[in-house]
Design a protein around this ligand. Structure first.
Ligand code: SF4
Length: 373
């Protein structure tokens, strides 16, 4: 019944999503998968997209101590890094030479990263280093957590920070730091991080100012199906608000980021009790996310860094229509012990998509087709 209504175009409720997420019978799970696959086909067709991009994590020095994070370091700890502007430029130059249309940039919350005592001035210089040399590259940069950090350090509003970064050349905002939008769980996962309401406020402010964002969910840790459903509901409402208010920007895509615990701090790692994501759980959540969000957020992407390319390719049959980026390098998940690797060539993504007899297509960050012919 729930699946029939979804196929007829109805939005399912969070309670119905919980029912779907609790299914374990193989026949029922297969029905959920095939419903998600048919909805994906109806909503976005068979084509699978990918983007040629480079990840640049400019520092891992961070004031916070999220319980899932294997990336952060104190400034004087072994393994701490903070790239010079020249290094950021060199990485961008190499990415452009390899055909990248996007630089994806995020980093730790580094209190020393200031120019004339201004955090915003430092971030703007990072942006200008890239955009001043490569104005054509799309800069997908700085999570809502980084926006909140800059606003706090410089005594600015979120809108002022977003507008200033936009003025310097940031093109869109990664919807990371959402983790799970439940403040009780956030107290365990990331007690120092912005709360759910602030994450939603910053993303909505970005939409109102014409900055597109992505959206994410950190899954497979201590959350339960009702937390997952409530998270999806908040993302759907956020997108509906942007559409109803006729904001100039929206959420472009939804990405599930399964928890990788191998090198994560011990307390959470022991509590979760495993090091790598469970693919079956991730696939069911992927399908339910398509059914729940697809009418509003049509692009769904698995994380090949966390699932491996084979797992991510499988997710294309569970509601996903995009394989993400080539990345060229990745530190945050790889330092957590992920086995997916840090770089894929476009040909590897194309071959994975072709193995499902689906056509592939390069896209840009905002899902416009890239065609060099
Ligand atoms: S997840 Fe981000 S904010 Fe949290 S500790 Fe790691 S780098 Fe810092």
């Amino acid at each position: 019944m729930i699946l029939e209504q979804a196929l007829a175009g109805a939005d399912i409720t969070p309670e119905e999503a919980v029912i779907l997420l609790q299914q374990t019978q193989p026949e029922m799970v297969e029905e959920i998968r095939s419903t998600a696959d048919r909805l994906r086909q109806q909503q976005v067709g068979d084509r699978v997209t990918y983007v040629i991009n480079r990840n640049i994590n400019f520092t891992n020095i961070c004031e916070q101590h999220c319980s899932f994070c294997a990336f952060r370091r104190d400034a004087d700890q072994p393994g701490a890094f903070w790239l010079e502007f020249e290094e950021i430029l060199a990485k961008t130059t190499e990415a452009v030479a390899r055909g990248a249309t996007e630089i994806c940039m995020q980093g730790g919350l580094n209190l020393q990263a200031k120019i004339n005592n201004s955090s915003l001035a430092y971030y703007q210089k990072v942006v200008e280093t890239i955009k001043g040399n490569f104005p054509q590259i799309h800069l997908h940069a700085f999570s809502p957590q980084e926006i909140q950090f800059i606003a706090r350090e410089d005594g600015l509003s979120y809108a002022q920070v977003i507008q200033s970064l936009q003025g310097s050349g940031v093109g869109s905002m990664p919807g990371t730091a959402a983790e799970i939008l439940d403040d009780r769980l956030r107290q365990i996962l990331c007690p120092e991080k912005l709360d759910s309401a602030t994450w939603l406020e910053i993303v909505s402010t970005a939409h109102s100012l014409g900055m597109f964002t992505t959206s994410t969910m950190l899954s497979g840790h201590i959350e339960k199906p009702h937390h997952q459903a409530a998270h999806l509901q908040q993302l759907r409402s956020l997108q509906q608000r942007a559409i109803e208010a006729n904001y100039p920007a929206r959420i472009t895509e939804f990405i599930i980021l399964p928890f990788v615990g191998e090198s994560a701090p011990k307390p959470l790692r022991s509590r979760v009790g495993r090091d790598q994501p469970i693919l079956e759980d991730n696939l069911l959540l992927t399908a339910v996310a398509r059914i729940f969000l697809g009418n509003w957020i049509p692009n769904h992407q698995p994380s090949w860094v966390k699932l491996g390319l084979a797992g991510a390719t499988t997710a294309l049959n569970w509601g996903c229509n995009d394989l993400g980026g080539t990345l060229m390098e990745e530190h945050i998940t790889t330092m957590a012990g992920a086995k997916g690797g840090t770089c894929l060539e476009p040909e590897q993504l194309q071959a994975a998509i072709s193995s499902l007899d689906r056509p592939y297509q390069q896209r840009d960050t905002l899902y416009k087709i890239v065609n060099f012919e």
